[in-house]
Design a protein around this ligand. Sequence first.
Ligand code: FUC
Length: 810
Amino acid sequence: MEEKLVLRYRKSASEMKLIGAGAKRLLQKNPMVGDQVWQQAVLPLGNGAIGMSVYGDVPRERITLNHKTLWAGGPSPLRPDYAGGNILKPDRDGKLPRDYYREIRQAFQAGRSVEASALCDKLVGKEEGYGSYLCWGEWNVAFDHEEKIDDYWRTLDLERAICNVGYRAGAIEYRRSYFVSRPDRVAVCRLQAQGGTFSATLSIASAQSCPSVVDGEWLRQNGSLQDNGLQFSLACVCRTDGKVTVSGDCLRIADATTADCFVAMDTDYYDNYPVYRTGESARQLQERVDDTARKAACKGYAAIYEDHIEDFGSIFGRVRLDLDGASGNRTTDELLARYGTRACAPAEKRALERLLFAYGRYLTISCSREGDLLPSNLQGIWNCSNRPAWSCDFHLNINLQMNYWPTYNTSMAECAMPLIRFIDRLREPGRVTARAYTGSEQEDGKPYAFVCHNQNTPYGWTCPGWSFDWGWSPVSAAWILHNIFEYYQYTRDLKILKDKIYPMLKESAAYFRANLFLDPVTGRLVSVPSYSPEHGPRTMGNTYEQTLICQLFYDCIEAARALGVDADLQSKLSDLIDRLNPIEIGQSGQIKEWYHEKKVGKIGQKRHRHLSHLLGLYPCALIDKRTMPSQFKAARVSLERRGDKSTGWAMGQRINTWARLGDGERAYRLIGTLFTRGIYPNLWDTHPPFQIDGNFAYTAGVCEMLMQSHLGEIELLPALPAAWAKGSVSGLTARGAVIVDMVWENGELISGNLTPTGDGKLIVRYAKIRDYRLYDRSGKETPCDRDEDTIAFAGQAGERYCLCPIGRVL
Ligand code: FUC
């Protein structure tokens, strides 16, 4: 029987053994590593917008509260000139960034690259107003019982998205349950005692110095951020069979066997450029939040819980993975600690690998739901600090893309809607950046193209960063749009393609069409200046930029074709693609990262974490064994030379990239490295510090090892490692909106089900497909065209096709 997908602990967060020598001390030395207990041991819950991270401490519970929109920065009475970081006024020499842009290009074209490189420092933005994602505060429940307790346990149930804590103090069994409901938009907490009653004091400590006001069974916090006046409001209402009284700025619960608390919270953030506010008065916001809490309290715990289970499960339950593992009743932290040791049984490893796969899906659903104004950030939505690493922002030179890598193939496409919305809302400020930095405008001065660079915030901060070397990255837009285009590829939703996605693709393509120039040395059309993240050097074009522009043009053409529009543009873009020529092989047999590179490792950092020159292999599909066999081989050389050791997310990227190379054993080796170096006891991925992208990359990577679907084919078990010889998966989605289920044994497919949601030709690739037959739902053999390793057939919407070894009874 399949094990339940539950993270289990026998210790509260504050009592857990942390990873890394002197982990707690590290915190004082380097605030960038974050609060160690929090990042390694809390258990996260979320409904997309509201986040809770549970410590489960005794006798005083701690829960960090977050709201996705609680962001400093952006427009503010303190910053009347805020303009998304863009420099819009001429400098002392009377020049605008766009003037420097022209000079840089001309200097590069004339071969004066030293001068051109130096001038790149002019292509920066202003730091002021960047802001940061903030912590809302901490919810505390101090229980009256004695400190000595027995039988402590703490779990996070991934299928129900609920965290439970239990223990015994004296003769009384205590139990706490937490979840965050999407349908009712509240964080919910149930405190219970069995065998007696309990008393406790409930308070919320604001991280924004906002006092709590208590009144009857209500606790409220209403305030605004000093930095930008963003208003926030929280209302907590407590219902109990005991008594609730006011005690200072706390609620006092006494003589209760059950107390239910419902917390609603929100801000007046809205994604309307350039105001970024709903326009509500403080009172209107308070009333809205109060109303949400009141409705929840009236509806009651049981009904809210039931709707929550249904809502969460409706997405989470689509995919099942079984790797033939068994955790042997070990706790999650024990399994993790054993993972890299000889003592760890293979079945224990399989259990943990399966759990981490599910966790990536759990986290996606918890921090990115349709209707949210913002996508998930570097920590999803969970944050215990007002100064989180990298401001907990939206990084577009890989991180935000990575957050959404498993969204489509593991069947959670609607969770990408906040990403699509966010990028759409960057178009207006992004036009200002395009005009200011490159002069992309029509003859009448009207902007027609948008661009954004590496770092982004909720306040239209589309300028290049305040340092060229990490900030300038115009292809950030192209890359994230590839991810967004995949929404269409996986769902075939023509309406969203037409209304949202295609207009963005087209506008971004317009930017690059206007900003590609001839490199007289290579004869290419290049984006200039270019910088390969994050180790440069400053050049005329590089593989990273050329690849992503090329992919953008391909995506734009595919979208236009699907919609039957813009034939002219399609042919213009095809011509440009020919002149981009992104992939070149160097003297070491590697994919070059820069066009003047000869031997690998002579430019840049040999073991750099980014694999920017290999994006053509993954997540794009420019380099493939079928279409570019020599480049495919060269990609392997590059990947070998870059090495396996890296930060959390970069190990995740390597898993996916090795999977695309069809090397399951190497991908699996990286999984081992990730478990031993990149995962905390609460299964959050660490850069370090905690950065959630690596969690998503792992889940996407496992999927990529089991099924791939680029270039119009669905490939089954393309990179299955020996360690996963037996298993099954159901509910994956392939491009073309096809649901894929598989069962395998001894490393070979026992059955592969394909359920297309639309009519059309399907091509299936599997190493031993010659020995397989295809049947429809009724058991009738489906005629197909056969090639060496593929079959092709006409798929019909809703039919289920089953691939089975010859001679095996269905
Ligand atoms: C990218 C990476 C860094 C870090 C940051 C948030 O720029 O190069 O390692 O993950 O994003």
